[in-house]
Design a protein. Structure first.
Length: 418
């Protein structure tokens, strides 16, 4: 095994085919940002684009901007860009609302499909016990509204395929575990669902933009995801919905808003759903937020997702090797999978004092985050993370631990956002 040195890291950066993409982002000096899996960095074009939208489009054109600048079709235009990135067809993705709301809409729509609604045997919503909480909360809340007709069954990640049977209506699965970074085999689980006669609603929030996703090729039928992590759309950026074209004609939404109507400006008192993916729209889209997300997606122009994946794995492999070499015996245990096929774009290390350690690191310019009960998470965003950043981050981790800097009382105060 070759020992990783600072010189090797510098050479990897010099040879990196994505090295020029970093210039597309505003990154503060003296900060090593390893939290793009929670909030992506600011694209350089975003500020000027939003200023133009505010001062010229909104300020000068006012209501005319809906037509002049085609604001009205922003959700679909962004959806088609996402479709190209995520292996879907044009007209199968639309940008709208938040991930939580979209889970509610698509889960409700799936349960209303005739093959599920009319089958009294299928009364289980399947998910994994460690799924992201909002996914589970939405399923619980929807079930209450439906009169508790369904049971939410939670199983271990490796039991999902075996648990799909004639009782399962819908499986709600996040492609990458937010705590460990464990990556599900989307194609294999889609096959298992098809064989069981059930359907999967995928959450792509922790993969889209960092891991190649092939929705159509893998047989996926429904998916949601957020725009503010690896897609760099900004805090609270619009999320998105994917519904395969074959499902769309019979897919109903519980939130029948005017932008999902087949003729919104006919102002009919009766709801008639749009014929395609637009039926999943509800209220008026936030144009400023859509513009920011569009800038985030533009950061991927001329970028191969295969190159992104290759760099992601190389960064995390190097980080793990450096942690093994320089931080052995300091209380860290990596809970992320070793196998590339099972790992997304993050590494999570368990430590008895994880929260305080992470606060000490952030104070020294190495920004990751903490997840309950004892995990330090480090996300690797290949568009702007460098190999030298990985080297420097591990050196700071080593110094913080060897100096017991994390023991300072100020690092034990829990912030509202961790």
């Amino acid at each position: 095994m070759i020992t990783v040195t600072k010189l090797i890291c510098a050479q990897r950066d010099a040879d990196d085919p994505l090295r020029h993409i970093r210039e597309r982002f505003e990154l503060p000096e003296n900060v090593i940002y390893l939290d793009g899996n929670s909030l992506g960095a600011l694209p350089r074009t975003t500020s000027a684009t939003l200023q133009n939208t505010i001062r010229q489009q909104w300020g000068n054109d006012l209501i005319r901007a809906w037509n002049k600048h085609d604001w009205v079709n922003f959700p679909k235009r962004i959806g088609d860009k996402l479709a190209q990135m995520l292996g879907a067809a044009p007209g199968e993705i639309v940008a709208a609302d938040s991930t939580s709301i979209n889970i509610f809409k698509l889960l409700a729509g799936a349960l209303e499909l005739p093959a599920i609604r009319n089958n009294k045997q299928r009364r289980v919503i399947l998910s994994e016990a460690g799924n992201f909480p909002t996914d589970l909360y939405m399923a619980q809340g929807l079930n209450v509204l439906l009169g508790n007709q369904y049971t939410l069954k939670l199983v271990a990640a490796d039991q999902l395929a075996a648990s799909m049977n004639e009782t399962v209506a819908v499986a709600l699965i996040t492609q990458a575990d937010y705590c460990s970074g464990h990556l599900h085999d989307m194609a294999a689980l889609n096959v298992a669902a098809h064989q069981a006669g059930t359907r999967i609603l995928w959450d792509l929030s922790h993969t889209a933009g960092a891991v190649p996703v092939s929705l159509n090729e893998s047989g996926a039928e429904m998916a949601v995801g957020c725009g503010y992590k690896y897609l760099n759309g900004g805090p609270g950026a619009p999320a998105y919905c994917y519904v395969a074209r074959a499902l769309q004609p019979n897919f109903a939404t519980p939130l029948a808003g005017w932008f999902g109507h087949q003729a919104p400006f006919a102002f009919s008192p009766e709801y008639a759903p749009a014929p395609g993916i637009e039926r999943l729209l509800a209220g008026t889209p936030s144009i400023l937020a859509m513009q920011a997300l569009d800038c985030g997606l533009a950061s991927f122009d001329d970028v191969s997702m295969q190159a992104v994946r290759q760099k992601s794995l190389a960064l995390s492999d190097m980080f793990w090797a450096l942690m093994d070499e320089h931080c052995a015996g300091l209380g860290f245990h990596c809970v992320s999978p070793r196998e590339h096929a099972e790992r997304a774009s993050q590494l999570s290390f368990a430590h008895e004092h994880a929260y305080a350690v992470m606060q000490a690191l952030i104070d020294r310019g190495v920004v990751g985050d903490f997840r309950q009960p004892n995990l330090l998470r480090f996300g690797f965003t290949p568009l702007y993370t460098r190999f030298i950043d990985v080297w420097n981050a591990v050196m700071v981790i080593r110094d913080v631990m060897q100096a017991s800097a994390w023991q300072d009382a100020k690092y034990h105060h829990r912030n509202a956002v961790t």
